[in-house]
Design a binder for this molecule. Structure first.
Ligand SMILES: Nc1ncnc2c1ncn2[C@@H]1O[C@H](COP(=O)(O)OP(=O)(O)OP(=O)(O)O)[C@@H](O)[C@H]1O
Length: 573
């Protein structure tokens, strides 16, 4: 979908006012030229006529300057609102795009799109009123020229047509340079990311730091600079041709047309003034061209990334999932013959998960174990609706999950992946009960000194890696979803918090009727599970649960009581 009109929706009044003010400025400027021409070519005015001429001159120049100022202010407003809108839409596009697509692009490409492409597209949009004003001024000047000196008009028209053709030729080359520069921009953002994320490694090893600056970052910067300058140079050459043709038309008007076409001295003066005035808007239009060219490259790049700047208000597909499935009232989540594979570049083999047959019921604690790279996280992503199954299907209480209801399905889950992120700024606690709950969690996870509750929100201080993971656990528990995924949550916790997690939090979730899939290597806690699944190179099997609680206590007793229930065995692979 062409986002051109929809990006400006809501900004049309500003665009219209900017165009109106620009036109007023352009026409007032052109009228000043006409006035000057009239004053120069007729006998000096006296008395009332002279006063009228001076008053008109002052009025028109004031109008030209003021309306130009108004137009500039409006354009600044327009620019800021469009860059915000472009980034909002890109953000939405990223959230709505399939996770595999986003993972395949990598964060650096998305950052480049959010930064570079959003700005470049905005710069082009902001020029829109300028383009209208310049085009109107050029048109007005050409009409005036045709009226006072037809032969000069024809010469200028020929020069314009030839100039545009030569300019377009140069522009094609310029766009190729800009496309290469845009590709380098992706690499640059990858290096920027490495610079911020890998700052410790770069500081510790000076040679690595120097090599990074000189080779990785340095080379990309040089390549970007070379291609960008190359593109702009092509445009400058195009502009040079245009300028040369313009001066040729001016020379012909002044030196050739009076004798060749019998142009009068007054017509030559008028045509010369008009041509000199025309140079301004023509030059402006030509200067805008690189912005438009770069915007075209940016739009193409967003298309390649699969990120459309679609109108966010377009109607969305309605979910086919019954509303009750969103709460804790689902009774069965099934994976039937589900598969997923990754195609690996430069490798002949690809990883394939499944086919998986698996059921989950409310109130189950299911452990998932297996070696590194065996497919545990991949299974979790498929289960959570983050990857669409290639074959087979997911069902909730018999309702198949597809594109239309996948987003709604995902709202059943709360997850802490190994590469989790906590949205601190969104830790809004809401009512008093939630505040009470969170105070309890903070105390139990020994975060009450680092994280405080202020004005219904959590205020987070500097946290260690393990503390941050515990904060992620609190954030997940506050979401109060019916199905939890913990991907090696306890991996970076000390023994005390591992115990609290396995012996207290998991049984509590079970008691609340919530389900948890726990990816874990902590064998000593496998007894907590109702079922234990094992993943081996994408193949899932069920293993026996052994209950060997380490340290008995009130919570463990409760857990042991639960263990006397028969272990659920609904999973097969
Ligand atoms: N985004 C991806 N693109 C391509 N291949 C991937 C991707 N993510 C994982 N893989 C591959 O899929 C296989 C399973 O990975 P997965 O992350 O599911 O394993 P895991 O059991 O969770 O491993 P770990 O215990 O190390 O976290 C691995 O061989 C991995 O190389």
């Amino acid at each position: 979908m062409n986002p051109f009109g929809s990006l400006l929706r809501g900004s049309w009044p500003v665009v219209a006012c900017a165009i109106g003010a620009g036109l007023a400025s352009g026409f007032a400027g052109a009228a000043v030229i006409g006035l000057v021409h009239e004053a120069m070519s007729s006998a000096p005015a006296a008395g009332e006529a002279r006063e009228r001429l001076i008053a008109s001159f002052i009025g028109l120049t004031l109008l030209a300057v003021l309306s130009k100022g108004v137009s500039e202010v409006l354009l600044t407003r327009l620019g800021q609102s469009i860059v915000g809108e472009v980034r909002r839409r890109l953000g939405r596009s990223i959230i709505e795009a399939p996770l595999r697509q986003i993972e395949a692009q990598g964060p650096h490409r998305l950052l480049a799109a959010l930064n570079d492409d959003a700005l470049v597209i905005t710069q082009a949009y902001v020029q829109l009123p300028h383009i209208c004003v310049c085009a109107a001024t050029i048109l007005g000047c050409l009409v005036y020229l045709a009226w006072i000196a037809r032969s000069a008009f024809l010469v200028v028209l020929c020069a314009l047509v030839l100039g545009v053709a030569l300019f377009r030729l140069q522009e094609a080359g310029a766009l190729r340079f800009f496309e290469r520069a845009r590709e380098t921009s992706d690499t640059l953002f990858r290096h920027f990311r490495a610079l911020t994320v890998g700052i410790k490694e770069l500081k510790i090893n000076r040679e690595r730091g120097e090599a990074f600056l000189a080779d990785s970052l340095g080379q990309s910067l040089t390549t970007y600079e070379r291609d960008f300058v190359g593109g702009m140079t092509r445009y400058s050459v195009g502009m040079g041709w245009g300028g040369l043709l313009f001066y040729a038309a001016l020379g012909a008007t002044v030196f050739v047309l009076p004798s060749a076409a019998g142009l009068s001295a007054s017509a030559v003066a008028g045509a010369t003034l008009t041509l000199l005035y025309l140079m301004g808007p023509v030059a402006q239009l030509v200067e805008i061209a690189p912005s438009a060219g770069r915007a075209a490259v940016a739009f193409r790049k967003l298309d390649d990334l699969g990120l459309a700047l679609a109108d966010p208000d377009q109607p969305r597909a309605l979910s086919a999932l019954p509303a009750r499935a969103l709460g804790s009232s689902w009774q069965r989540i099934e994976l039937r013959g589900v598969t997923h594979s990754y195609m690996r570049e430069y490798e002949e083999t690809s990883f394939r998960l499944g086919p998986i047959a698996l059921d989950f019921r409310p109130g189950e604690i299911v452990f998932l174990v297996g070696g590194n790279g065996s497919g545990k996280t991949t299974l979790a992503k498929v289960l959570l609706g983050l990857y669409a199954p290639e074959e087979g299907e997911l069902r909730v209480d018999g309702v198949a999950i597809g594109a239309a209801n996948r987003d709604q399905y995902r709202q059943i889950f709360s997850a802490i992946f190994a590469d989790y992120h906590v949205f601190d700024e969104q830790l809004d606690l809401g009512d008093a009960r939630a505040r009470e709950r969170v105070t309890g969690y903070l105390e139990r996870l020994k975060l009450d000194r680092r994280v405080t509750v202020e004005g219904g929100r959590l205020r987070v201080g500097g946290l260690s890696t393990g503390q941050r993971k515990r904060l992620a656990l609190i954030a997940a528990l506050l979401e109060d979803r019916s199905f939890y995924l913990f991907d090696e949550w306890a991996a970076d916790q000390d023994p005390e918090f591992r115990r609290v997690f396995y012996r207290e939090f998991l049984p509590e979730l079970r008691a609340q009727g919530k389900t948890a899939l726990v990816i874990s290597h902590d064998e000593q806690y496998f007894g907590v599970a109702d079922r234990c699944l094992h993943m081996d190179f994408g193949v899932l099997s069920e293993i026996a649960v052994t209950a060997q609680p380490l340290s008995p206590g009130p919570v463990v007793e409760a857990f042991n009581a639960h263990e006397s229930e028969p272990a659920l065995a609904r999973s097969t692979s």
